[in-house]
Design a protein around this ligand. Structure first.
Ligand SMILES: [Zn+2]
Ligand SMILES: [Zn+2]
Length: 172
């Protein structure tokens, strides 16, 4: 399988996950605060991870710390890891060695796997250059097709959103 293609999806994969499903994964952050910052017994890294997600109508935004590049930064399995990569591994599966995870929504805080795609570093760089005039999937960035979110400044491509919706309907 070429690196730029998605891994096979598991049952219950994010393509069929709704905002409500993600809300259900969330753990009350107040429950996670043990004494002196140590999490209470029985709280797993995964519980902790999902408690940091703010579900918006489009993106699932990491509400915890961010690294200096603006990506969500999680503490997972004893080390700092980019939150969107952890989300991909939890919901889809392992990331091929050397692969970057590209944000199709261009919102670096987003961990929604529907908005993420594993690509080679070369492809990721190529897209970063090309996105000035086209979205990552090659749709032209026109004022009619591109929507800028007021809260995050992230831009989204309407045609991509439409196509993903159609692909989802076709596969179910
Ligand atoms: Zn997103
Ligand atoms: Zn597009």
């Amino acid at each position: 399988m070429p690196k730029h293609e998605r891994s096979p999806r598991r049952p219950g994969s994010p393509q069929v996950m709704t905002t409500a499903d993600v809300e259900a994964l969330r753990v009350n952050p107040a429950l996670l605060r043990g004494r002196r910052g140590a999490p209470p017994r029985g709280v797993t890294d995964t519980d902790r991870f999902w408690s940091y997600i703010d579900v918006t109508p489009y993106c699932w935004e990491w509400a915890g710390l961010r690294d200096r590049d603006g990506y969500g930064e999680s503490q997972y399995a004893g080390r700092k890891r980019k939150a969107h990569r952890v989300a991909w591994e939890l919901l889809i599966g392992p990331i091929a060695t050397g692969a970057d995870i590209d944000h199709l929504c261009r919102n670096k805080r987003c961990v929604n796997p529907d908005h993420l795609e594993p690509v080679t570093k070369a492809e990721n760089n190529r897209r970063a250059r090309a996105t000035r005039t086209h979205c990552p999937r090659g749709h032209e960035r026109t004022p009619e097709n591109i929507y800028t979110r007021k809260d995050t400044g992230a831009t989204m491509c309407y045609r991509c959103v439409l196509e993903r919706g159609r692909a989802r309907n076709a596969s179910t």
